[in-house]
Design a protein around this ligand. Structure first.
Ligand code: ATP
Length: 316
């Protein structure tokens, strides 16, 4: 056994995990357990973080990636969700004495409403499983994923799915595929708990209750996805967190207006601040990207969807 912490004790495994978007996000009133029940339609999009793991004598974590991302906001201590995932998996196997060196290569916006942290956790679970040859069953990986966070199980599976409960109760959704999205990133992140608090406060101020039908899956969206009807999907896009996010970040109103001037529909991604434009083809997405760049939006990317969940890209 090597005493050098930077010398790997086993194979180096890199696992890639996609970002998610929400085509529909319906939020019900705060429940007694402190969470908001929701119904959401997740889609995995072609924007990825990579997590590389090899067994080591001590834990270590490095976070690297696109310098335009707010990498400083990603913790490198035990509060990093990918590190928590790795430790949780080893505890599941009663192997707390083992450790790993981990590098996260980020491309998914930080605190952008695209579940970047959840993607890293899902990738870390599979990377540690393979690098340390733990042979965890898929059911156990999914159960541990759900304990780590509501979006982590979907990051494992990818594709298109309905999420219920806190988003962790998943059901595959038929999707004809071939979608293109333009992703408009923001310079600053938004805190998910703060957006949910704004959701509650806005309803309290207005003396309204969240829509009792919010938890019903819109049938038009399901139809549009099955039959590849891009305009139907475009008009059905909905996010109950959009208004509260706009309340916290009024500047996003202009971004949404610009987004609405191209493509087939625009919506805030999750708790924001990332804004999405649905397009019918790669050509349409490229044209939208150029138009948005001309309107002054600097961080704009075109990505395909749906894409697969976590997958091993290197096992050396
Ligand atoms: P949510 O999944 O809550 O919708 P999000 O997609 O908006 O979140 P994330 O990029 O997952 O945002 O990050 C949310 C916060 O989680 C960050 O501000 C950061 O402090 C913390 N965090 C912990 N681990 C990670 C990680 N591996 N990558 C990014 N952020 C992390």
């Amino acid at each position: 056994m090597s005493l050098l912490t930077d010398e790997p004790l086993g194979p180096r495994v890199t696992v890639r995990a996609p970002a998610k978007i929400n085509l529909y996000l319906g939020v019900a009133a705060l429940a007694a357990d402190g969470f908001h029940p929701l119904t959401t339609v997740f889609q995995a999009v072609g924007l990825y973080d990579d997590v590389t793991v090899s067994e080591a004598t001590e834990w270590s974590l490095r976070v690297v990636g696109d310098p335009r991302l707010d990498l400083e906001a990603v913790p490198t201590d035990d509060s990093n969700i990918a590190l928590r995932a790795a430790r949780r998996l080893l505890a599941h196997h009663g192997m707390e004495h083992r450790a790993a060196a981990m590098t996260i290569h980020k491309s998914i916006p930080v605190a952008g409403g695209m579940a970047g942290g959840s993607a890293d956790a899902a990738a870390a679970l599979v990377a540690v499983d393979r690098a340390l040859d733990l042979q965890t069953s898929d059911d156990d990986l999914l159960a541990i994923a759900a304990e780590l966070g509501s979006d982590v199980p979907f990051s494992l599976l990818g594709g298109t799915a309905v999420g219920r409960g806190r988003g962790e109760q998943l059901e595959d959704l038929e999707d004809a595929g071939g979608w293109w999205w333009v992703v408009i990133e923001s310079d600053e992140g938004l805190s998910t708990p703060a957006v949910y608090r704004a959701f509650d406060e806005l309803h309290a101020q207005q003396g309204t209750e969240p829509d009792p039908h919010a938890l019903e899956l819109p049938t038009t969206l399901v139809e549009g996805l099955v039959n590849a009807q891009v305009d139907l999907v475009g008009v059905t896009l909905w996010n109950d967190l959009q208004e509260p996010a706009l309340h916290l970040r009024p500047d996003l109103r202009r971004t949404l207006e610009d987004a609405g001037s191209c493509g087939r529909g625009a919506v805030l991604s999750g708790s924001g601040p990332t804004v999405l434009v649905l397009c019918a083809s790669r050509e349409e997405a490229d044209a939208a990207r150029e138009k948005l760049a001309g309107l002054g939006h600097e961080r704009v990317t075109a990505v395909p969807a749906p894409v697969a969940g976590v997958h091993v890209v290197e096992h050396a």
